[in-house]
Structure formats: structure tokens, C-alpha cells
Design a protein around this ligand. Structure first.
Ligand code: ARG
Length: 466
């Protein structure tokens, strides 16, 4: 066996590992992306070994310099990855031995790959959480800008996909803002829970060396150390939480996508997407398709799939570490890459979206969208709501027969059904009147939407950095 492919666990074995087993058990083709975290962890661990007298100053210096060299080698693409060296941890350790010999063999004192990989994964999830957090903020800023631009633009509000009441596009965009705000807070909340160091848990029960776990935790900027070694090496909750938070985020992005896809269809024509973010058809020359949004909607399935994946990987594992855990990486990396791309894609689509205000206003005027306003009008004249509901229902029925909108009926026609109706009713029957007439906090009125925008701006300008 070549010097640089010796497995650290070779000692006990009398036979060479079967090629297929090497191939099947290796994770290097996907876990090499953890190299920076692995090197950071090894630096912290070596510094701690020096602090407690296991590594001399000279040895520490040698290790730190060699770790830098390994980092550079990986960055320059010169590192040769081998299945025989299983994973990123063994590759880096092996490389260190190549560079500095026996000194490097001391680095694994008081450490196991079990706490090492848990540490790497926590460092990775921590960075990814920060990246998602920042991407969500970027998207929220775009939503605020659009909401300001369209805060007076009337669109129909739907329930059951039927025109329900007039609202504004700004109101919808602020709904999306607050959905993302909850997503952001979920990531923040999980970050706080994950930020404790498992390093020093060793294989499963700690170590007989008097290691200083608090010191390595501090060096790696963890808030504290985990409480129980057995839990530390088998815990993957933080990955489940990340993918679960991502799933909810994706369900939101998917709903935004669906809305825009429907709205930019020829039948609706509520919004137009810029040519540069749409794609065409290979057979139908007229087609302009919102594929980016469809892919966000489709990739939601990818992320949900990874949630089922990680939950199932963890479901029946005995304590403590099992190799099943290695499968957490493809699940996590795939999820992180997907949400990163989808957040960027959604931002790009919103930046290149235009509301067709004439069309949306005309649509909002259809479908008797101000019928509730007429009922509320009658209630204010002393009619109990249920009776008002019936009167308006009859009036709408009458208008349908006449093929007219509510505001096209004459006062006389209104009064034939309810004599309490007066000329001032027309103020409430037009869509702008209906929107401005909303009084409740969080409602669709122009004023309330402006308040929501103001609050959103404050949230964004004072957001908690992680
Ligand atoms: N590649 C392994 C993983 O990702 C590292 C830990 C291996 N530990 C062990 N005892 N086999 O989980």
C-alpha cells in the first residue's frame, strides 16, 4: 500500500479492503466541500492540545503551518481524492502526515471522527443559515420596493379562486413579506439552538484526557459546549431543523410562484415578466414561459424529499454514531443549494415583474367584489348583518339577471330591494372606495398597507445580525 493511502484504522485488519466496499463507504466525493470547516476544527483542536500540554509550541506551529498548506492544496485543485481514504477527515489527516510525519499523528488525540464530523456539520449549517438569512432579507427588500410602487394598485382578492373583494397589489406583496419574516425567524431560532460545540465528545463517551472543550468552543465561536457526549455525536436535529425550515420557506416560494404563473397567463394577463427571465418553446413560436417560477415550484418537491430523507435516516438509529449518518450530507447539501438558488431566482423574477394595472383594476371591478361593502353599508344603517347579507344577495341576483355590475344599477333598483339605500351607497361600490373603507388593523386599506410597509422597513433596518 502506497504511503499516502494508509488508512488510520488499518492496524486491526489483515486484509486489504474490497474495492467495492471502499467505493460504497466513501463519502469524499460529496464531503470534500467541508474541508474548510474540518481545517478550522483541527486548528482549534490542536491549539487546545497545546494549551493542555499534549502538543508543544513547536509541534503546534508545525501542525498549523501544515494545515494551511493542505488548505492551499485543496483550493488550488491539486489534492488527489481517493475512495480508499473515505472522507475529508481522513484525507486531511493523511495529508498532514505526508507533510510533517509523526507530529501530525498526534492531532487525533482525544478526538474521534464522530465528534469531528458533528462539529464540521454544525459549522457548515451555521454558515448556510447565515447565507439563507441574508438571501431572505434581500428578497424582503425587493418586496418592500414593489409594495411601495404598487400600494395603490387595485387587484382582485380571491377566495376559492373566485373574485372576492378588491385589494391592492401592495397588500399582497406585504403578505409575502411577513411570510418570509416568519421563515427568517425560524432559521434564527434554530441557529441559537445549534450553536453549541460537540467537539470533545470523542467517539461517544468523552475522553480520558483533560481536554478543554470550552476553549475549542470559543475558538470556533460556538456559544457553549453540548451537555452530553452521547447526544453530541448522534444529534442531527440541527440538520432536520434546517431542512424543515427550508421546506416551509419553499412552500412559501412555491405559493408566490404559483400566483405569478397564473397571473402572467394569457387569460389573466395581470402581470408581465421581462423577456430576459422567460424561456420559449421549441415548437410553438409564440410561447413565453415562466419556467424559472415553475422550477421554484418544482424544486419544492426536492426539498420536501430531503426532509423525508433526513427524518428517515435518523428514525431508528441506535445510539450513538452509525454510518447511516454519513447520508445526512447529500440531503443537507442538496437542500442548501436548492434554497440558495430558489431565493435568488425569486428575487430576480420579482425585480423583473410589472403589474398590468388596468387589467387588474378591471378584473377587480368584476364579480360583485364590493358586495360585502354594500352589506356593511346596510348594517351601518341599522340592518342586522344576516338580513343585510340576504338583501345584498338578492340585489346581486337581480344584477346578474340584468347582466350588470352592482354600481351600474340605479338607486331606484337598489331601493326596490332595500329602501334604506341612499345615493351615498355608490361611494362604497367602487373598488377604491371599498379598499379605503377597510378600517381594521392589518387590512387592505391604503393606510394600513402603508403602515405595514413602514413596519417592514423598520424590521429590515434593525434586523438582528447572525
Ligand atoms: N464520513 C463519516 C460521516 O460522514 C465520518 C465519521 C465516520 N466515523 C466512523 N466511526 N466511521 O459520518
Amino acid at each position: 500500500m502506497a504511503k499516502n493511502t494508509k488508512k488510520p484504522w488499518q492496524g486491526r485488519f489483515s486484509k486489504k479492503t474490497h474495492n467495492f466496499v471502499e467505493f460504497f463507504t466513501s463519502s469524499i466525493h460529496f464531503d470534500k466541500r467541508l474541508y474548510l470547516y474540518d481545517i478550522e476544527g483541527s486548528k482549534a483542536h490542536s491549539m487546545m492540545l497545546n494549551k493542555i500540554g499534549i502538543l508543544s509550541d513547536k509541534e503546534l506551529k508545525k501542525i498549523l503551518t501544515a494545515l494551511k498548506k493542505v488548505e492551499k492544496k485543496i483550493e488550488s485543485g491539486k489534492m488527489v481524492w481517493k475512495n480508499s481514504l473515505e472522507d475529508i477527515h481522513m484525507h486531511i489527516e493523511n495529508e498532514l502526515i505526508e507533510l510533517i510525519g509523526d507530529t501530525a499523528k498526534k492531532i487525533h488525540t482525544g478526538r474521534s471522527r464522530n465528534d469531528q464530523v458533528a462539529t464540521d456539520m454544525k459549522l457548515y449549517v451555521r454558515d448556510e443559515t447565515t447565507a439563507v438569512y441574508e438571501n431572505i432579507i434581500t428578497l424582503q427588500k425587493t418586496l418592500i420596493q414593489l409594495a411601495e410602487k404598487y400600494h395603490k394598485s387595485i387587484v382582485p382578492g380571491f377566495t376559492h379562486m373566485q373574485i372576492a373583494q378588491p385589494i391592492t397589489f401592495g397588500f399582497i406583496l406585504m403578505a409575502w413579506f411577513f411570510m418570509l419574516e416568519r421563515d427568517k425567524s425560524r432559521f434564527l431560532d434554530s441557529y441559537i439552538r445549534l450553536n453549541s460545540s460537540p467537539l470533545g465528545a470523542a467517539a461517544l463517551s468523552g475522553t480520558s484526557y483533560k481536554i478543554d472543550r470550552k476553549y475549542t468552543a470559543k475558538l470556533l465561536q460556538f456559544d457553549n459546549v453540548t451537555d452530553n457526549a452521547l447526544d453530541s455525536v448522534s444529534d442531527r436535529d440541527f440538520i432536520i431543523e434546517f431542512i424543515s425550515n427550508s421546506s416551509l420557506l419553499m412552500s412559501h416560494l412555491s405559493r408566490f410562484s404559483e400566483e405569478i404563473i397564473v397571473w402572467c397567463s394569457t387569460m389573466y394577463n395581470f402581470v408581465s415578466l421581462d423577456d430576459k427571465i422567460c424561456t420559449g418553446s421549441s415548437i410553438m413560436p409564440q410561447k413565453k414561459n415562466p419556467d424559472v417560477l415553475e422550477l421554484i415550484r418544482g424544486k419544492t418537491g426536492t426539498v420536501y424529499g430531503q426532509l423525508v430523507n433526513i427524518l428517515t435516516i435518523m428514525k431508528a438509529q441506535s445510539f450513538a454514531y452509525n454510518r447511516d449518518n454519513q447520508e445526512d450530507k447529500p440531503a443537507l447539501f442538496n437542500c442548501a443549494d436548492t434554497i440558495d438558488m430558489c431565493l435568488q431566482a425569486m428575487n430576480l423574477c420579482l425585480e423583473n415583474l410589472k403589474l398590468n394595472e388596468d387589467v387588474t383594476k378591471a378584473a377587480a371591478e368584476k364579480g360583485f367584489s364590493t358586495a360585502t361593502d354594500y352589506a356593511d353599508y346596510l348594517v351601518k344603517k341599522g340592518v342586522p348583518f344576516r338580513d343585510a347579507h340576504e338583501i345584498v344577495g338578492k340585489t346581486v341576483g337581480y344584477a346578474i339577471n340584468k347582466k350588470l355590475n352592482l354600481d351600474q344599477l340605479t338607486l331606484k333598483e337598489f331601493q326596490n330591494i332595500s329602501p334604506l339605500t341612499d345615493t351615498d351607497v355608490f361611494k362604497f361600490l367602487n373598488v377604491e372606495g371599498s379598499v379605503s373603507n377597510k378600517m381594521s388593523i392589518g387590512g387592505a386599506s391604503f393606510n394600513e398597507v402603508m403602515k405595514q410597509i413602514k413596519k417592514a422597513k423598520k424590521i429590515i433596518s434593525t434586523y438582528e445580525k447572525i
